[in-house]
Design a protein around this ligand. Structure first.
Ligand code: HEM
Length: 377
């Protein structure tokens, strides 16, 4: 007898490996966008608060302007993995979401306020105003959401505390406490935000829409931030690993896939450290070099997502929930329709990206600075 609800009336309609593949790919994309938001927002806030040079103003505006778009990706790329997670781990994740239900549902109103603040922040920067406090408000909201997600993703692994939490607060107003893995995980994602955002600035440095001075500024700043954050993320990763129970550590060490993912992440983070250090010192503006940044970000985050999946599966297995033992009755006609629509969807996204790539580039300089230049002439 384990602590998970026994009811699982409907078998899975597709192979478990397919759900897992789709889950890890879509969740990696969610993590890329989410980390750009966490790091990019605080960088724009600090540039608005402390930056004096025209290049720092352009950088803050360019990042803030894009953050409203990044937010749409955070949300839309969060939906598919949430659906796959519910299908694979419903008995765990539904229960933990109910047990801390008030916090879980609070994500929606907080998200709406954050979105509004992001638009106000971007508009204020465009007008050349000091609006860092709006951005900071949005960042606190984003951090709060990240904390709620980490709390739920770790609570779903602890069936032993659910009944007690529910008896203390049936309304779900209590956040779980006492789990040694929660805080390190939260700090790991926080540090990762600055790795992703630093790489994002290096990528922006290679775009021809920025002047040479702005490009060098972006590259130097992004390189420094990504390099320092990469070191911090390695430290937090070790803390996350050490906080795992011995049985999970042993499982991670004896599974080839998780070993490849773990060492893959470590190796890629070391490469990011060198690449970011190079960008900070040499301040390159080559498009080719700048494209390495998103490639490294995606690959390292995908490895981390796979390893994180291993931590979850091994923890659940140690408590009696074997995701690979789920009952499967594949409905091939539905799976085929899904895959065809998926490929069509990818084609449409590719076409949309090509339209954006061919569009006339927008000026990166804030409109207030353009107006000031005009009146000075
Ligand atoms: C500002 C908004 C958001 C932030 C900062 C954020 C942050 C995070 C963080 C930090 C995690 C990892 C938690 C952990 O493993 O410890 C996570 C996981 C996740 N997030 Fe988000 N998130 C946001 C919005 C959303 C939205 C709107 C959705 C869905 C509609 C979503 C779906 C997910 C899913 C499905 C997972 C992981 C599920 C799994 O483990 O399988 N997120 N998010």
């Amino acid at each position: 007898m384990n602590g998970f609800p026994a009811v699982d009336p409907i078998p899975l309609p597709a192979p478990i490996w397919l759900f897992k593949l789709l889950h890890i790919v879509t969740l990696s994309l969610h993590f890329v966008a989410m980390q750009m938001l966490i790091g990019g927002l605080l960088i724009a806030v600090l540039l608005n608060l402390l930056g004096r040079s025209p290049a720092s103003k352009t950088a803050a505006t360019a990042v803030a302007r894009r953050l409203t778009v990044v937010m749409t990706y955070v949300i839309n790329l969060g939906v598919p993995p949430l659906l796959f997670a519910q299908v694979l781990y419903g008995r765990a994740i539904y229960t933990s979401s109910v047990v801390m239900g008030a916090w879980w549902i609070a994500v929606v109103p907080v998200l709406i306020v954050v979105y509004w603040l992001l638009y106000r922040f971007a508009a204020g920067l465009e007008q050349g105003r000091k609006v860092w406090w709006m951005g900071l408000g949005a960042w606190i909201g984003v951090g709060g959401i990240a904390h709620i997600y980490t709390a739920n993703m770790t609570l779903m692994l602890r069936p032993e505390v659910w009944q007690q939490m529910y008896s203390v607060s049936p309304l779900g107003t209590h956040l779980p406490t006492g789990d040694p893995t929660t805080a390190p995980r939260f700090l790991f994602f926080l540090a990762g935000g600055f790795v992703a955002a630093g790489l994002w600035l290096i990528y922006l440095a290679g775009r021809k829409t920025f002047t040479a001075i702005e490009g060098r500024f972006l590259s130097a700043l992004g390189g420094r931030i990504a390099a320092i954050a990469a070191v911090l993320q390695i430290v937090t990763a070790i803390t996350v690993y050490r906080a795992q129970p011995a049985i999970v550590q042993a499982g991670l060490g004896s599974n080839l896939l998780y070993k490849i993912a773990g060492f893959g992440w470590l190796g890629l983070t070391a490469v990011i450290l060198i690449y970011a250090g190079f960008a900070a010192i040499a301040k390159p503006s080559s498009t080719l070099i700048s494209w390495l940044a998103p490639a490294l970000a995606f690959l390292s985050i995908a490895c981390m997502t796979l390893y994180r999946d291993g931590i979850r599966d091994l923890t659940l297995l140690s408590k009696g929930y074997d995701v690979w033992a789920r009952n499967v009755v594949t409905n091939w006609s539905v799976v085929s329709i899904f895959l065809v629509l998926f490929v069509v969807g990818l084609g449409v996204v590719g076409w949309l990206i090509s339209v954006v790539a061919r569009a006339t580039p927008i000026a990166e300089t804030p409109t207030s600075a353009i107006a000031a230049q005009g009146s000075a002439l």
